[in-house]
Design a protein around this ligand. Structure first.
Ligand code: NAD
Length: 476
């Protein structure tokens, strides 16, 4: 059942006013210009505790609505996002820094409604496992209770929806802590979603790591959905141990792409570029290490450079731009340090590599680095920014060994004119998803999750719903 809803219409200003404190709060600045975007309240831990108790009280009635009504409300939330898409995109662009156009702010807002609708559409029936001699064993998925969600700053709205949509669909209520770098985007998204949801079903509590830690420790939080760095994921495992919490951990990655000798450099350059530079490289499953066969190494470097050098980078709200700044100074410093390490090693900079420090904003130019060793820090560490190392290889075994050498394994890709050969290489890669002739393409129907220290648990699709349910067997 889908009913059309009367949605609240916000302007950019009215949305900002609705989510800001009446006085005080912490200032949030545009990473492209340094200009003030708005202020965010800084609740103390007692407000988190109160939100968890309210969410707990609201959960049984939310569960009692059943899947059909909850799905209907998720669709209404998607309607509300679509009705307010431009105000949301403008705020996201200013706070996160990403441009309005390209695979950026407007695209991210559109993904929020698409993921809500997809999550509303899945069916999760009880599974009959055994049926013989008049006896039956069936598997059901019950709600867990209150789900805590903790998110990063790179795709703040979309990742919040990845966490809240399946949690709500399964009859849980949600208390979410956004990244301290991008709280306004998540507060604004929730303001719009909450225009159709009952009270206390979805609550956002902004704050720093102490709020996240308390969520992970809290005895009334049944599960934590976490997306962020591997280091924080390990801290959450420790904080949640005493309450034996369920966890879905979507952690850091350092995705390898392998270009086989039969690939067509001109045909794959655009896909390689966006695989690596989507969201200015600040994407968990972006291509972060590119391995190219020696037979076509120079051609791939040339094709990638000629595509990359024309891509406009600048202030997010300028309609012309496709790449933006790093979201914060700490991330700018990581990228700067890693590119410096590559240059110090004698690697060859094909493009970029020299940030303009007199320019306002955390802009790092699109950077391509060739003739670099596999153990260089720009290859071995997650750069999470617009700097791609390109490593030469001479045999597929060598490329596979290098790709698998790290302790993370979120995504990977294989590029070839022969998809069957590419699939054989893909099967040898230690990663949660391996794409062929593309990188980072996600789909709400297809489960997504990391291998090795990129985390555990799956998001999206029916598998994603199951991860937000408590499995229960009824036997007999
Ligand atoms: P981060 O780990 O620094 O922070 C993420 C969140 O955790 C923030 O809200 C932060 O306040 C909170 N936090 C920090 N310390 C905490 C603690 N001790 N207990 C509980 N919460 C705590 O990550 P980030 O810098 O915001 O995001 C970038 C990282 O996220 C990259 O490594 C990237 O690869 C990863 N990421 C992964 C995915 C995925 O799906 N696997 C998606 C996006 C980003």
């Amino acid at each position: 059942m889908t009913t059309t809803s009367e949605t609240t219409a916000f302007t950019y200003q009215s949305l900002l006013e609705a989510i800001q404190p009446n006085s005080g709060g912490r200032e949030i600045r545009d990473p492209a210009t340094g200009q003030t975007v708005g202020r965010v309240a800084e609740p103390d831990i007692s407000e988190l505790d109160a939100a968890i108790q309210a969410a707990r009280a609201a959960q049984p009635a939310w569960d009692a609505r059943g899947h059909e009504q909850r799905s209907d409300l998720l669709n209404q939330a998607a309607d509300a996002i679509e009705a307010n898409a431009e105000a949301l995109a403008q705020l996201l662009s200013r706070e996160q820094g990403k441009p309005l156009n390209g695979p950026n702010a407007r695209f991210e807002v559109a993904a929020c409604s698409a993921w809500l609708r997809a999550t509303a559409s899945f069916t999760l029936e009880p599974e009959t496992l055994v049926e013989e001699y008049g006896a039956r064993a069936q598997l059901f998925y019950r709600p867990l209770g209150v789900v805590g969600a903790i998110g990063p700053w790179n795709w703040p709205m979309m990742i919040s929806v990845w966490q809240l949509a399946p949690a709500l669909r399964m009859g849980n209520t949600v208390v979410m802590k956004p990244s301290e770098y991008t709280p306004l985007s998540v507060l604004a998204l929730a303001e719009v979603i909450n225009s159709v949801l009952p009270a206390d079903v979805l609550t956002i509590i902004p704050g720093g790591r102490e709020v996240g830690q308390r969520l992970a420790e809290h005895e009334d939080i049944a599960k934590v959905m976490f997306t962020g760095s591997t280091a924080t994921g390990k801290a959450i495992i420790r904080s949640s141990a005493d309450t034996v919490k369920r966890l879905t951990l979507e952690l850091g990655g350092n995705d390898a792409g392998i270009v086989l000798p039969d690939a067509d450099p001109a045909a794959i350059a655009e896909g390689l570029f966006w695989g690596a530079f989507i969201n200015t490289g600040q994407t968990c499953a972006a291509l972060k290490r590119l391995y190219v066969h020696e037979d076509i190494y120079d051609e791939v470097c040339e094709a990638l450079t000629s595509f990359a050098q024309n891509m406009p980078m600048g202030i997010g709200v300028d309609e012309h731009n496709m790449l933006g700044p790093l979201q914060n100074k700490a991330q700018f410093d990581v990228v700067d340090r890693l590119v410096q390490a590559a240059k110090d090693s004698g690697a060859r900079v094909l493009l970029g590599g020299e940030p303009d420090v007199d320019q306002p904003g955390y802009f790092y130019p699109t950077t391509l680095v060739a003739d670099i060793d596999n153990d260089n820090p720009l290859v071995a560490e997650e750069q999470f920014g617009p700097a791609l190392p390109i490593i030469r290889f001479s045999s597929v075994d060598e490329a596979v060994a290098k790709a698998n050498a790290l302790d993370v394994g979120l995504g990977a890709s294989v590029w070839s004119s022969n998809p069957a050969a590419a699939r054989e290489v893909a099967a040898r890669l230690e990663a949660g998803t391996v794409w062929i002739n593309k990188h980072g393409a996600i789909d709400p129907r297809v489960p997504f999750g990391g291998a090795k220290q990129s985390g555990y648990g799956l998001e999206f699709g029916v598998e994603g719903l199951k991860h937000l349910g408590a499995p229960q067997i009824i036997s007999g």
